[in-house]
Design a protein around this ligand. Structure first.
Ligand code: GLC
Length: 478
């Protein structure tokens, strides 16, 4: 069986968020596990490091119609760990200083959509399933359905984050999209063309990246205006949890760490000592160290942390390190605390993968009190680096972190239900209490160590879904 995935970013080529991690690891897991040929189609963004660009093989080129113009479309190929990556080349659209947020995003991703369809034609690819990810690929299920020779292909659309929908002025329907008028209404949301909505209406199957998020998005609070549409697709929608690549995230071999370890708390602690020295914090490895590694945006629960930070740092003997960039006001607020508590608190306003790994390795606790979280990968990386997650029970956080129960000895972290700063503070204090209790702490660390969120189970779920859809004849949605 042939499966083609389409997305706008993937590690190790270019990344702005968790989508890239998923596209960089899931296809390979599927290809390795079973006899499915997986190809991944991506734009050839200029952010791709030269070392990768040099390995690409040029396959050919053709013209793609966009508006009244014909645009060049080059095709490059790269075979990497069992997966065929196909890159769509057009420097006018993809030689930019950012992947998204450009003035002509609608045109750029309509071009990409047409280029994907032409690639299927020209390379004579007729996959059983076309698996599309996020709004940049949202129009594909519509075009597939509208196409005479491709409409036997089944489409799956995966929502990685419902907040980003790709909405554009209505005028692009006639200027760029060129579909039959009959499709017009199905693409509209709040007087705009909405790429994500198009996919939700037309894809044969919709998935989100965790079972809890799949439920949450059907409510007004989480639905970002699309909850009613999602409700109509309830019978063709599932949540499949993301995984991480355990070889890529392995504290036993990670070259970014000064001290490698696996289930060896004393060894792990040497990383804490290193950071305490480097950052001029109080050097005492017994002090519980917390970390926050994230984009600094409100949805990650940063306002909750800021609300209780004074109270927390004033009253508890802890250290807290923040790594990330984001909204200026949030960064500034953390800087204030760095000045006020120089031995206890630190913010590094940057994002650096190696530094992130050191922070995971050095810390005892990982804070992630998100307002919503489709899946979340950081808590999985934290588990892998044996940093105990403290999370809010939402989306994938709810599906991966089980709050410690001192009576049964179960649980791989700590969690709280309501988006409330003092519930967070209470939960942090509860975690600190168990940190100092040797017996409980050992149990918690064992539970963390035994948590397994590799791709294995989830990859199987995708494969089952591909097989089920591929076996169905005819159109599944009208
Ligand atoms: C988005 C979501 C995140 C998820 C990731 C990969 O970035 O916000 O929760 O883990 O996509 O699916």
């Amino acid at each position: 069986m042939d499966v083609v995935m389409v997305a706008s970013e993937s590690t190790p080529f270019f990344k702005t968020g968790g989508l890239a991690d998923v596209i960089g690891s899931l296809p390979n897991e599927i290809a390795n596990a079973v006899d499915i040929n997986v190809s991944v189609i991506l734009p050839k963004h200029s952010a791709m490091p030269l070392a990768w660009q040099e390995q690409l093989e040029f396959i050919g080129s053709f013209q793609v119609n966009v508006q009244w113009r014909q645009q060049y479309c080059g095709i490059f190929k790269l075979a990497l760990s069992g997966v065929t990556y196909i890159f769509i080349d057009n420097e006018y659209y993809f030689k930019r200083d950012s992947l998204y947020g450009q003035f002509d995003d609608a045109e750029r991703y309509v071009f990409f959509t047409h280029a994907v369809l032409s690639t299927l034609h020209n390379l004579q690819l007729k996959p059983a399933v076309l698996h599309c990810h996020d709004w940049q690929t949202g129009l594909l299920p519509v075009y597939i359905k509208a196409s005479y020779d491709l409409n036997s292909i089944k489409t799956i659309f995966t929502i990685h984050n419902l907040r980003y929908q790709g909405n554009f002025p209505l005028s692009i329907f006639h200027e760029l999209i060129h579909l039959d008028e009959a499709y017009f209404n199905s693409l509209i949301m709040d007087e705009q063309i909405n790429f994500l909505k198009a996919a939700l209406v037309h894809a044969d199957w919709v998935t989100t990246v965790s079972p809890t998020y799949a439920n949450e998005v059907k409510s007004t609070y989480f639905g970002e205006g699309l909850n009613e549409i999602l409700l109509t697709r309830e019978s063709a929608m599932t949540g499949i949890l993301n995984g991480i690549n355990n070889n890529e995230f392995n504290p036993a071999t990670d070259p970014a760490l000064p001290f490698n370890y696996l289930n060896q708390p004393d060894q792990k602690r040497l990383n804490k000592q290193t950071l305490q020295h480097q950052l001029n914090l109080t050097t005492d490895v017994s002090i519980p160290m917390f970390t926050i590694i994230t984009r600094l945006v409100p949805e990650k629960g940063i306002p909750l942390i800021l609300h209780i930070l004074d109270e927390l740092l004033e009253s508890e003997n802890i250290q807290l390190l923040v790594l990330g960039t984001g909204e200026h006001e949030l960064e500034e607020a953390f800087c204030f605390f760095k000045q006020k508590y120089p031995n206890k608190f630190h913010i590094e306003r940057t994002f650096n993968e190696d530094l992130a790994r050191l922070y995971y390795a050095a810390s005892d606790f990982f804070l992630m009190p998100s307002q919503f979280e489709p899946c979340g990968l950081s808590q999985l990386i934290a588990l892998r680096y044996e940093s105990v997650p403290i999370v809010r029970e939402t989306g994938g956080l709810n599906d991966t972190i089980n709050s410690y129960n001192e009576f049964t000895g179960e649980g791989n972290g700590f969690s709280f239900t309501n988006y409330n700063a003092h519930d967070l503070l209470y939960t942090i204090r509860r975690a600190i209490y168990f940190y100092w209790n040797k017996e409980h702490w050992q149990k918690i660390l064992q539970n963390v160590y035994q948590s397994d969120f590799s791709w294995k189970e989830s990859a199987k779920e995708y494969v089952n879904l591909y097989r089920t859809l591929a076996s169905k004849q005819g159109a599944l949605v009208t």
